[in-house]
Design a protein around this ligand. Structure first.
Ligand SMILES: [Zn+2]
Length: 218
């Protein structure tokens, strides 16, 4: 597992290291059975055509999509290249889709990440930036940890501290339940190296859209 190291060096995900190994199918079977209990407890009719497939659908969605990033084998290959272009200014990738799940309520977190770095001599394929964000999103998350995990993964891959990460996201546990405030989003920022300098940070932040949230959440 070539990228397991990245996960272990970064900010730790609260997973049990003594959890028994389960195949993907075993996980789906167990979660589906548990979801049957939830639906039955709510008094839902599992014989109904529309509902009977729901436990397995939810289980597959958890294991193969929403929480795929709990599997170290799903980590993207983040190979880097020599910086032949002698480009020594900031590179910024804006509006990377953030589609994660709040670990407190298991409700969606939707928004965007903006990342920037100065090359230390190594550069990374642009889409790899999206893939790193996506990998860490596919876990039960809190936005603070997600931001730190992405920063550290990029710093390790690019072999430099000169990296910055911003996330601006809507938490459905805030907009659709509880306080039910439809207009607020959560902003997190983390950085190292030259981005500690407020002027360097300002150049990056001036390029980032203030708050561009997906579709109906704008
Ligand atoms: Zn929540």
């Amino acid at each position: 597992m070539k990228n397991k190291e990245h996960q272990e060096k970064g900010i730790r995900q609260p997973v049990r290291t003594d959890a028994p190994f389960l195949s993907e199918q075993e996980k789906i079977d167990r979660i589906a059975a548990a979801f049957v209990t939830i639906m039955e407890t709510l008094g839902l009719d599992l014989e109904d055509d529309s509902l009977k497939g729901t436990p397995v659908r939810v289980a597959k969605m958890y294991v193969s999509e929403l929480f795929k990033g709990l599997d170290p084998a799903a980590a993207p290959d983040i190979s880097t290249f020599d910086n032949h272009y002698q480009y020594n200014r900031v590179l910024i990738e804006k509006n990377i889709l953030v589609k994660s799940t709040c670990e407190h309520h298991f409700l969606p977190i939707l928004g965007h990440a903006h990342v920037g770095y100065y090359s230390s001599g190594r550069i990374i394929g642009l889409s790899k930036l999206n893939r790193i964000v996506d990998y860490y999103c596919r876990r039960p998350q809190v936005q603070e940890r997600l931001t730190r995990q992405i920063l550290i993964a990029l710093q390790e891959a690019l072999q430099t501290q000169d990296v910055i990460v911003v996330i601006d996201a809507v938490h459905l546990c805030v907009t659709a339940r509880g306080i039910e405030d439809p207009h607020c989003s959560t902003y997190t920022i983390d950085y190292g190296g030259c981005f500690e300098d407020p002027l360097v940070r300002k150049e990056f932040l001036d390029c980032c859209p203030s708050s561009k949230l997906p579709g109906l959440l704008q």
